[in-house]
Write a protein that binds this ligand. Structure first.
Ligand SMILES: C[S@@+](CC[C@H](N)C(=O)[O-])C[C@H]1O[C@@H](n2cnc3c(N)ncnc32)[C@H](O)[C@@H]1O
Length: 123
């Protein structure tokens, strides 16, 4: 899956219609497929990570997408993960989770809901 993500080849019919002009700038097209240009791909790092283990990075993020991963975890592990992830968000950064997931103690973590499954870091 990491290899597939790195290859970054997508089908043209997955491009939202109102996005096509924006996409064109960053993509190369070939037949029914498109892929992001090398200069865009080079901005992205794909790595394996055990999300409940040690994290090899120190940086904070502007956006975190962690969707449908906590469905495997008990409440204690899930709560700890939300705490760790929110601590790695810049103020005004956003975290996106799955539709069936909720961060119930969002206030305590300095988060504000910005939709059903997204939160913004406010402090
Ligand atoms: C239900 S899938 C969701 C996949 C994708 N995020 C989505 O929403 O379509 C759950 C994913 O969590 C990953 N996962 C489970 N435990 C994990 C862990 N400890 N560290 C990293 N990933 C984990 C699984 O490998 C799986 O890819």
């Amino acid at each position: 899956m990491i290899r597939r993500a790195q290859d970054g080849i997508y089908f043209k019919n997955n491009i939202p219609k109102n996005f096509s002009e924006k996409f064109n700038k960053f993509c190369d097209f070939s037949g029914e497929e498109f892929y992001f240009s090398r200069n865009i791909k080079d901005l992205v790092l794909f790595k394996k990570l055990n999300i409940i283990g040690e994290w090899p990075f120190q940086a904070k993020f502007h956006a975190i997408f962690c969707r449908n991963v906590t469905i495997y975890f008990d409440k204690k592990t899930t709560d700890l993960l939300w705490r760790r992830l929110s601590s790695r968000l810049h103020v005004k950064g956003e975290i996106y989770i799955g539709h069936s997931e909720r961060i119930t103690n969002f206030e305590e973590l300095g988060l504000r809901p910005i939709g059903i499954n997204a939160y913004k870091k406010v402090v």
